[in-house]
Write a protein of this length. Structure first.
Length: 704
């Protein structure tokens, strides 16, 4: 470099990684020798040789030599392994001399090589020069993460490492002891995932069990697949006496284990928590909570979570150190279970405990996730100040150097839902849209899919596109067949959201049908049901439903505000203007205090203008709402039709295009009976012709 500079030549450093084949370059190489592999098989080959140029050439030659019918992954792997074994024996190692060969063979126990690991395995102090020589020979590749790091790391290409380990075993030197030493080294540096991987590779199952039992909570955030695979790989006979791992295996296979019986009395549960059997009860019980939740039986999962929480209180009272460190993750599980079951009050209590206990135990994952879930819950309920507080706490726990991935994405999803909902409350639809675009629609594997869908549905309602909201909701629920048609097994949020969307679309009959299930739901579904009765012409019933809600049951700020608005509109409809004005003044004070301006869009804007002019409340929130371009979410009135069984049958046949005579024959009634039912049907639908009747039935959701 210095010589080139002295000669005045332009120079550019090229790091070793830049010489490696990319995936696309690998495809071009294989095509140049007449080989075309399926993308998944090409990816596998590229990973096995780590893109090292001369090894890529060997791999292309190996695959080309195989008959086309044998070019599947298993055969390619076997042939590539033989080629690598031959290459390691006859070329690289033989040419480097015995010291270099021994050095490489010794290092092959490690999947990641650093100078400290090289010193640990070889016993030599001066290793840097030898490591650089192995990199120059193509045996080691500098990892991406350490390319410009002061603490370099290298890795063998997987096919190279496998060949070196095979040579080592053939020479009579077992790599397992070295791998166990590496596992303990990684444990000392708190790299628990690497420690488990080395223990598993060495088949040191007692060590693997010890690592899982002591550090499973550290693996959950980012290494759940490793945890699952390790638990599945432990020989069944070795799991005796390890109920926590037996429970974990039950979770991953979705086969409920038989939990030890739990007493119903809270005092007995707390007493049990102070005994040596507590950990067994907590782990097996929590495993069954997860399984019940996955199967869609949320009510039973939530009831079991309540029992376990009471038992855990006994462990806290008894200062059970073996339980206290693991408790934040357990509480997270219970809190999410209550959340999915629609018990937001129990969820908030459990998540707050998870957060405070996680901080004491320095469990940043648990604290971050609990904080994000708490923020989301408050955003659903309408607690503006609480959302701001928990989002701020979540930001302090979100370590920037830790990417959110895998199971840890629960934190990211919850945070984004909270931000979208609070933006909608203050009518900032631009911020809400930006957040929802980043979040995307819920996937089938996302356990918070209902909350993501609810946020999208609320956004669609507020911007006046209820049809788009309905599409998102139906797309999400169709991807969750385990919850379909099971009352109480889907979060009540979506029942409320669907009622509101149906009303916005003018489908009063369908909204009223959904309102029947609201009696067993929480305040949010009851409020939507009351709205359905108000808009379909039953203001007195709407008032009765609103007044039947016990607001002492929890902090349902948004639902309470919407309930007061429904009462205001209902009293106004009934001519009870003084009562409407009294409730309206409370609405204005609450909207000013909470900043939830968007709730005003749930009643006709003309009504808001009239009340604002008459009430003389001088509400800045109401003034801001009236100055915005947000439209009312619902029409002033929605028609509905309660059809008899015969009328529904008649409607189906009319849509099919049958004449009255044909319908009479099919239904085994007289033509006069058909005419009578037709007149009744038209009257209920407000129609004067067959085409009008069909159009009205579609609008009201009477045609599936």
């Amino acid at each position: 470099m210095h010589f080139a500079t002295e000669l005045g030549l332009d120079t550019e450093w090229i790091c070793a990684r830049e010489l490696l084949y990319t995936r696309d370059e690998a495809e071009i190489l294989f095509a140049s020798v007449g080989v075309e592999l399926p993308p998944i098989d090409l990816d596998h080959v590229h990973r096995q040789v780590a893109g090292i140029p001369d090894l890529m050439v060997v791999a292309a030659s190996v695959v080309k030599s195989l008959p086309e019918g044998s070019r599947h992954r298993e055969q390619i792997s076997r042939s590539l392994a033989r080629a690598m074994d031959s290459r390691m024996r006859t070329r690289m190692l033989a040419g480097d001399g015995s010291d270099a060969a021994d050095f490489a063979l010794t290092l092959s126990a490690a999947s990641i090589v650093t100078p400290p690991i090289a010193r640990l395995l070889t016993g030599a102090e001066e290793v840097q020069e030898k490591l650089s020589a192995l990199e120059a020979s193509g045996l080691l590749v500098r990892t991406t993460e350490s390319e410009r790091s002061a603490d370099p790391e290298w890795a063998f290409a997987p096919a190279v490492r496998d060949a070196l380990l095979a040579i080592r075993v053939a020479s009579g030197t077992r790599p397992a002891p070295a791998m166990v030493a590496l596992a303990r080294h990684c444990l000392s540096t708190r790299d628990y995932a690497a420690a488990v991987r080395y223990a598993v590779e060495a088949k040191a199952w007692p060590l693997a069990i010890e690592l899982l039992e002591q550090h499973w909570d550290q693996l959950v955030p980012d290494d759940l697949d490793l945890l699952r695979d390790t638990v599945a790989g432990i020989p069944t006979a070795l799991l005796d006496g390890h109920p926590a791992l037996q429970a974990a295996r039950a979770v991953f296979t979705q086969r409920p284990s038989t939990p030890p019986p739990l007493p119903d009395d809270p005092a007995e549960l707390r007493a049990l928590g102070a005994t040596s059997a507590a950990w067994n009860h907590l782990t097996v019980g929590t495993a069954n909570v997860l399984i019940l939740r996955t199967m869609g039986d949320r009510p039973r999962a939530a009831e079991l979570a309540r029992q376990l929480s009471c038992l855990a209180q006994g462990a806290l009272d008894g200062q059970r150190a073996d339980i206290l460190r693991q408790l934040p993750i357990l509480r997270l599980t219970w809190g999410v279970t209550h959340l999915l079951a629609g018990d937001f009050v129990a969820a908030l209590a459990e998540l707050r405990c998870a957060y405070t206990e996680a901080l004491r135990k320095d469990s940043h994952f648990a604290a971050r996730t609990a904080g994000a879930l708490t923020a989301m819950t408050w955003a659903v309920l309408g607690g503006r100040d609480q959302v701001a507080e928990w989002l701020e706490l979540d930001a302090t726990e979100q370590a920037p150097e830790q990417p959110v991935r895998g199971h840890g994405s629960v934190s990211h999803t919850a945070t984004q839902v909270a931000r979208a909902l609070t933006a909608l409350d203050r009518l900032d639809t631009t911020a809400a849209r930006r957040t929802l675009d980043e979040l995307g629609e819920a996937s089938g594997s996302d356990e918070l899919w209902e909350f993501v869908t609810y946020a999208h549905a609320r956004y669609a309602s507020i911007i006046g596109d209820a049809y788009a909201g309905m599409v998102v909701l139906q797309r999400a629920t169709s991807g969750q067949p385990q919850h379909a048609g099971r009352p109480g097994h889907t979060c009540s949020l979506l029942t409320a959201a669907e009622m509101d969307l149906r009303l916005a679309l003018g489908e009063g009959t369908r909204a009223l049908a959904l309102s029947d299930s609201a009696r067993t739901g929480g305040p949010m579904t009851l409020v939507s049901a009351a709205r359905a009765h108000l808009l379909t012409g039953s203001p007195a019933r709407a008032i009765a439903m609103c007044r039947s809600i016990s607001w002492k049951a929890g902090p349902f700020a948004r639902a309470h505000l919407e309930s007061m608005l429904i009462e205001t509109a209902a009293h106004r409809t009934l001519g009870e203007n003084r009562e409407a004005a009294r409730i309206w003044s409370r609405v204005c004070a609450a909207v000013d205090r909470t900043g939830m301006t968007a709730v005003l869009a749930t009643v006709p804007q003309d009504l808001v203008k009239m009340l604002h002019a008459e009430g003389r409340t001088n509400s800045p929130a109401v003034a801001a709402f009236l100055a915005s371009d947000v439209r009312e979410v619902f029409p002033p009135a929605v028609s509905s039709a309660a059809l008899t069984r015969r009328e529904r049958e008649l409607l189906v046949e009319i849509v099919r295009g049958l004449s009255s005579t044909e319908i009479a024959k099919k239904l085994f009634v007289s033509p006069d009976t058909v005419k009578s039912h037709r007149r009744s049907l038209y009257r209920k639908l407000g129609a004067h012709s067959q085409d009008e009747a069909i159009a009205a039935a579609r609008r009201q959701g009477l045609l599936s």
